[in-house]
Design a protein around this ligand. Structure first.
Ligand code: RFL
Ligand code: PHB
Length: 389
């Protein structure tokens, strides 16, 4: 089999890249290790930056997002019970949209199916060859039979644990990493959200987040130690802990119910450099990880593949390599700014095992500063709603 661009991974990065290229008449094949149902069963991101919404519109998959997505003008920070709302629309005239990653992925999968582009799910033993020359190939096993896909380019959109980054020689890549000593325990529940907008809460018992998927489905998180097991958390224990961390009338307003999903996600910051090796590109979680506190992971995946699609379209239309040569530097500049913001949000909102009384006062001073300074509030608004793509 032959195609122009072989895309490894049918997460949001791979599927969106595929859609942008197919729209420009560039043929792609997507190889995914899991089944479509498995990919759709993963509960992940919930907040889309304005730039991501615009890119999904450009890709032609914005219809359901505009019908069902919730446009939020701001978020609330709650610090030991003191609340402050950042009004993004008033501060900088921008907003975010709450629309689950599951739904983004479903829309992209449907559009791909409709267009007739090839997606091979449950592709096993994917391996990458020849990307340092001009005849890259991808081998994989499907239903016990080995196949080879020849292509012009390979896009590694296969997440943090994928095969693309792992195929590179050690000396070709530099990595930067910070692992946090805690994770997020998240639950999904068919009950109305406690507030109209997201609440990021700092408490001495740990961070908590109130988010949502719709007017009737809520997503809540509490910070837990890195080695915590989900089995130790009954629904009742989760609700008690969340109430304690929210405090006041928010805790009283919380509508609880049986969880329909419960899982723990570790927190990590990670960047690989560079993101292009001959005819192989890395994009999305394969290239970088952010802690979820800034809601940046899916949005970074979108801005990466937006830039990669532009570069590849330019290559095929004009036979110019300027875009693909500049891809890595272009996206890394934005990636590092999102890494900074996600790290900063994580640092001020979480409780660290070594948080002493001095660090606690510094965290409090950060909150008092951003609450009192319009310049600081504008900076948060600009970063949270997303830097330019
Ligand atoms: P994905 O979604 O991990 O998709 C990669 C795909 O590659 C497949 N794969 C392979 N396929 C073939 N061969 C192999 N050897 C393969 N190895 C892996 C995988 O099966 C998978 O289908 O990466 P992608 O596309 O780069 O997308 C990234 C996003 O999923 C991620 O950044 C976000 O979910 C992060 N994130 C959030 N991002 C936001 O922008 N806003 C948020 O509000 C937000 N909240 C979150 C989050 C992530 C979380 N978790 C669980 C990590 C909340 C949580 C709790
Ligand atoms: C979510 O709804 O899953 C979500 C929202 C905001 C975040 C992280 C996760 O910062």
């Amino acid at each position: 089999m032959r195609t122009k661009v072989a895309i490894i991974g049918a997460g949001p990065a791979g599927l969106l890249l595929g859609r942008l290229l197919e729209n420009a008449g560039i043929e792609t094949v997507v190889l995914e290790r899991r089944s479509a149902d498995y990919v759709l069963g993963r509960i992940r991101a919930g907040v889309l930056e304005q730039g991501t919404v615009e890119l999904l519109d450009k890709a032609g998959v914005g219809e359901r997002l505009h019908a069902d997505g919730l446009v939020h003008d701001g978020v609330e920070f709650c610090f030991d019970g003191d609340r402050h709302r950042f009004d993004f629309r008033a501060l900088i005239g921008r907003t975010v949209t709450v629309y689950g990653q599951t739904e983004v992925t479903r829309d992209l999968m449907q559009a791909r199916e409709f267009s007739g582009a090839t997606t091979i799910y449950e592709a096993e033993n994917v391996s990458l060859h020849g990307f340092d020359g001009d005849q890259p190939r991808v081998r994989y096993v499907k239903d016990g039979i080995e196949h080879e896909l020849s292509c012009d380019f390979i896009a590694g959109c296969d997440g943090y644990h994928g095969v693309a980054r792992a195929s590179l020689p050690e000396e070709a890549i530099r990595t930067f990493e910070r692992v946090y000593p805690f994770g997020w325990l998240g639950i999904l529940v068919d009950r109305p959200p406690v507030a109209d907008e997201l609440i990021y809460a700092h408490h001495e018992r740990g961070f908590a987040l109130c988010s949502m998927r719709s007017h009737t489905r809520s997503r809540y998180y509490v910070q837990v130690p890195a080695d915590e097991k989900v089995e130790g958390w009954s629904d009742d224990r989760f609700w008690d802990e969340l109430r304690r961390r929210l405090g006041g009338e928010t805790a009283e307003r919380l509508v609880t119910g049986p969880s329909i999903e419960k899982s723990i996600a570790p927190l990590r910051s990670f960047v690989a450099e560079p993101l292009r090796f001959g005819r192989l590109f890395l994009a999305g979680d394969a290239a970088h990880i952010v802690p979820p506190t800034g809601a940046k992971g899916l949005n970074l995946a979108a801005s990466d593949v937006g830039a990669l699609a532009e570069a590849l379209v330019e290559f095929y239309a004009e036979r110019s390599t300027a875009g693909i040569d500049g891809y890595s530097a272009r996206v890394l500049s934005r990636i590092w700014k999102a890494e900074r913001f996600s790290w900063w949000m994580t640092s001020i909102l979480h409780t660290f095992p070594d948080t002493d009384s001095f660090s606690r006062r510094i965290q409090r001073a950060e909150f008092d500063y951003i609450r009192g300074s319009r310049a600081a509030a504008r900076s948060i608004a600009e970063n949270y709603t997303g830097l330019p793509f």
